[in-house]
Write a protein that binds this ligand. Structure first.
Ligand code: ADP
Length: 475
């Protein structure tokens, strides 16, 4: 049983229940069917006789008869007429009804055992059983009591074989019908189970395919639908998309990193080879060492930035999130960085007081110092940097603007990509990771960073952070 497919298990279970029900039905039919049928034909007999009682009427003369129907039957009786209505049921469902005088004379109707019951006394409202030639008949008499009908009786007769005949036709129908129905139900169940479980097979196939071929681009393709299995397939597809994106970004990151590290390593190796080729002058050694120092410094910054970045992406740092005075933090970073005064640039700030947020002190400082460093790096000689912090509704809005070289519109999206630099020769100590790190920190704080810039006139980077409660929920 363990090795059977779900489809087969469901079908077998279904078939077993149905077979049990069919067997039970047969058992019921055979055990109580006979007595039920006898009861049914007796009730039927009583009903027909009771119904016929109202179909006989007495009229003192023919003039009084409301001749509304040619099919009515008239019998002379006691100087008047008996009208037997056309609704009178004289032979229906094997039940014969006949109209008798009290002395046993048959006036109207049909009685298959008239001769055998000729001397059988009438008994009002009593079910009697009369054996005739080995067959039992049910006899039911009813005395007519309406005006003018004294001395008249209705006698109903039905053979018990009528019940047996009905029962045997039910049994015959069941014998062919139920197994046929059972076969249809099981076949239908098997097909429906197969169709219902198809998405599971598709999911399994996709999982096996991905597992074997590492092809995370594959998706589970199902016909349109919204049932549980479709939802499951959608969840899997979303998971594959996320996994694919994260593997892809990891692949890209590894390739970017090796690419970025290759240049300084090659320069250092080439410089070492050059210096060791032959004896050089002290000045040449000094120049070589300075170059090696610059390239090593670049590598060191790159490795440090990468480590920060990877930790940030994997959240492996588990930043210490706290409710903090963002105004104080921004003000402290500005004070420190204003001292740099690189290229004669002046840093000024406008900070709304007591702007509180929940966040990581360390990461938010890194975000701001990255933006301010860039503003210095790409700022104009003796230019300005302006840092502002204000609250807008439930958002804290931090912006860093400069009047530096600016960024062309087509570059403005790309600068947030890892290692992207508009002009590598201008970046000096830059690694191309600063803005992507800013964007990641913003994302982790439930916020976003955007840029507005005009080439040759300057740039303004804005970090918007969601309100405290939303932010807490997104952690
Ligand atoms: P980098 O280490 O090169 O500064 P970033 O990720 O911080 O790397 O920035 C990516 C690129 O975006 C930079 O190389 C630079 O071309 C551009 N950029 C960033 N900030 C500014 C700015 N304030 N003004 C002009 N260009 C900028």
């Amino acid at each position: 049983m363990k090795h059977l497919s779900i489809r087969l298990k469901i079908t077998l279970w279904f078939a077993a229940i149905l077979t049990f029900m069919v067997v039970l039905t047969f058992a019921v039919i055979f055990s109580v069917g006979g007595s039920v049928m006898q009861k049914v034909i007796q009730d039927n007999l009583i009903n027909i006789i009771e119904n016929n009682v109202d179909e006989v009427e007495f009229f003192p003369s023919m003039n009084k008869v409301e001749n509304d129907n040619d099919a009515d039957h008239y019998i002379e009786y006691h100087g008047g007429y008996l009208e037997v209505d056309d609704d009178y049921l004289d032979l229906v469902n094997g039940v014969s009804t006949s109209l008798y005088l009290e002395n046993g004379m048959l006036l109207y109707g049909h009685n298959p055992i008239a001769k055998d019951t000729a001397g059988h006394a009438f008994s009002d409202g009593q079910m009697q059983m009369v054996p005739v030639n080995g067959v039992t008949y049910y006899l039911y008499d009813k005395m007519l009591t309406q005006e003018g009908l004294d001395g008249l009786w209705l006698r109903g007769v039905v053979s018990e074989e009528q019940g047996t005949a009905q029962l045997s036709s039910i049994v015959r129908l069941s014998l062919y019908g139920l197994p046929l129905l059972l076969t249809f139900a099981v076949l239908g169940g098997y097909l429906i189970a197969g169709r219902t479980l198809k998405p599971i097979r598709d999911i399994e196939e996709a999982a096996v395919h991905i597992g074997r071929g590492q092809d995370l681009k594959k998706r589970i393709e199902l016909s349109p639908g919204t049932d549980e299995l479709h939802q499951l397939a959608n969840t899997f597809n979303e998971m594959f998309t996320r996994l694919d994106a994260s593997f892809e970004s990891e692949r890209q990151f590894t390739s970017d990193v090796s690419h970025e590290l290759r240049t300084p390593v090659s320069v250092i190796l080439a410089q070492c080879e050059y210096s060791l080729e032959q004896v050089r002058t002290p000045k040449e050694y000094e120049a070589a060492l300075q170059l090696i120092q610059r390239q090593s410094g670049k590598m060191s910054r790159l490795i440090e930035d990468m480590l920060h970045f990877v930790r940030l992406e994997q959240k492996s740092d588990h930043f210490h999130m706290e409710e903090l005075d963002f105004s104080a933090l921004v003000s402290s970073v500005c004070n420190d960085m204003a001292l740099l005064k690189e290229h004669g640039i002046q840093l000024t700030s406008e900070i709304e007081e007591r702007t509180k947020v929940v966040g990581s002190r360390e990461q938010l400082s890194r975000l701001l110092s990255n933006l301010v460093s860039n503003a210095y790096r790409y700022g104009r000689e003796n230019g300005t940097i302006r840092v502002t912090l204000k609250s807008e509704g439930s958002n804290a809005v931090l912006s860093v603007s400069d009047n530096g070289i600016g960024i062309a519109p087509e570059q403005q999206e790309k600068i947030f990509h890892r290692f992207y630099q508009v002009d590598a020769s201008r970046t000096g100590t830059g690694t191309g990771l600063g803005l992507s790190m800013v964007q990641e920190i913003a994302r982790l704080h439930g916020g976003a960073v955007s840029v507005e810039s005009t080439l040759g006139r300057g740039s303004c980077f804005t970090f918007k952070m969601n309100d405290l409660i939303d932010f807490r929920l997104s952690l």
